[in-house]
Ligand binder design. Structure first.
Ligand SMILES: *Cc1c(COP(=O)(O)O)cnc(C)c1O
Length: 449
């Protein structure tokens, strides 16, 4: 088969090893399936293998774009916050040539990498100082390691958070070289619990955002302001891992109230860390903000060199922060636009989409339905946002199969299913993605029908 003249063309283009591997795989699948499909002769096998081979070579197997119809806005597996073209145009321009990443134009010599971002952040949230690392996990690690290595960090038993498997507060504290002192119980921790645990060796009182869960019922947690007061009195550091820190109070959009980054800084927290790609709506980074003398120490630590961000990420973050400065964030940061989309707007879009689909497939059993979406990314835990979905009812027992077919499209469609319904939540579908979504959906439904 490798010597077939059609194969030779493919080998020239993709290399012999690639073609041989793919061919072996296709033949393997064919052997397994030979009971279901009977191939009349040798030529039909060759034709089949060559067709599959060509299909496979066209397919892009790496990281590629998908359509998120799950209604989960900050979907960690799908890359969290999308960026707008306003931001990406700046990134592209900067990537093409040289830039002032670490260059001071006025003095004509070396400058500071996060300088401009630090200025923007101090204006936006009122922090004395700030620096940027690869993600929030490294931000927490670096802050603890720099400020409290070999000393004690006190944290409530109710805040021993695990986020997405590999980030566990006790493990991060331990691997940063600090000694974790647990106080309180799962449901209740009082200021006196922290106070009684403070020793000569205590360096940090750490508050952690309960990102992906809530303790409800008979509960008590210590307010940030109380922790700050306690830390000040004992001359130690108050630090908060806010996780999905937000500059916006989303309670104005029907979501529960959570303190904003500005408010936490104002309470007097010495160090605050957040993710860039959760509710902030930017690129993947971790942002460390707080008191100058502490952030300066972090900036000077050798690990900073290992955890620092590249120029493309920093430019993206800088542009996102500028958008906040100009108060255009709800319109121009896609994740914020999606999070705050109203049911009536989603309904309007939904009606238009149904109209388009029905023009191709008049008999399709598809309708609009109110559903519940999620912010995702461990932000605003347990929050459900009222959303709107296209709900497609299909034959019993075929939902999983259709869902799988949707994932195999050129631009895969990721969606939810329930019983005999396929649910396409419109909150996470961007306007520019609508036409490709409709086109592909119609294609699949024509196949199925
Ligand atoms: C999400 C989260 C992290 C991890 O942040 P990454 O940016 O994903 O590294 C850490 N702490 C809390 C409280 C979080 O919610």
């Amino acid at each position: 088969m490798l010597e077939h003249h059609e194969t030779e063309k493919l080998i020239k283009k993709h290399g012999r090893n690639t073609i041989k591997d793919s061919m072996t795989e296709i033949l393997g699948q064919l052997r397994q399936a030979h009971k279901q499909y009977s191939f009349a002769n040798r030529d039909s096998i060759i034709t089949y293998v060559l067709e599959e081979l060509k299909k496979g070579m066209k397919e892009d197997k790496g990281i590629r774009p998908v359509l998120n119809l799950t209604g989960t806005v900050l979907h960690t597996n799908l890359g969290r916050a999308p960026l707008s073209h306003q931001v990406l145009d700046k990134v592209t321009a900067m990537a093409k040539g040289y830039c002032t990443l670490e260059y001071n134009l006025e003095e004509g010599r070396r400058g500071q990498r996060d300088g401009s971002i630090e200025k923007l952040l101090s204006k936006l949230v009122g922090c004395e100082s700030a620096c940027v690392v690869n993600n929030n996990a490294s931000a927490v690690f670096l802050a603890l390691h720099t400020l409290a290595k070999e000393e004690e960090v006190i944290v409530s038993r109710g805040e021993q958070v695990e986020i997405g498997g590999s980030f566990r507060i006790p493990d991060i504290i331990q691997s940063s070289g600090c000694k974790m002192v647990e106080v309180g119980t799962t449901n209740k921790t009082y200021a006196s619990d922290y106070e009684n645990a403070i020793t000569e060796e205590t360096k940090i009182l750490l508050k952690v955002h309960q990102s992906n869960f809530r303790t409800v019922g008979f509960t008590c947690a210590v307010e940030g302001s109380e922790l700050v007061e306690l830390a000040d009195r004992n001359n130690i550091i108050a630090m908060e891992d806010l996780g999905s820190g937000s500059f916006v109070d989303f309670s104005a959009y029907g979501m529960p109230y959570e303190p904003t980054v500005q408010q936490v800084i104002e309470q007097g927290m010495d160090i605050v860390t957040i993710s860039g790609d959760k509710l902030l709506g930017g690129p993947q980074v971790g942002i460390i903000m707080g008191k100058k003398h502490l952030v300066d120490k972090i900036k000077k630590h050798p690990l900073m060199r290992m955890l620092r961000c590249d120029k493309l990420t920093l430019v993206a973050l800088q542009e996102v922060l500028k958008i906040y400065m100009e108060e255009r964030h709800i319109q121009e940061l896609p994740s914020l636009t999606m999070l705050t989309a109203s049911v009536s707007d989603l309904n309007k879009r939904g009606m238009e989409l149904i109209h388009q689909i029905k023009s191709h497939l008049p008999d399709l059993d598809i309708q609009l339905q109110e559903i519940e979406d999620q912010p995702g990314g461990g932000s605003l835990p347990h929050t459900r946002i009222a959303g709107v979905a296209l709900v497609l009812n299909i034959e019993e027992g075929s939902t999983v199969q259709v869902q799988k077919r949707l994932r195999s499209l050129p631009v895969p469609i990721i969606c939810r299913i329930k019983e005999t319904s396929i649910i396409f939540s419109l909150r996470t579908l961007q306007l520019h993605e609508e036409s490709i979504f409709i086109e592909q959906l119609v294609r699949v439904m024509k196949e199925v029908a």
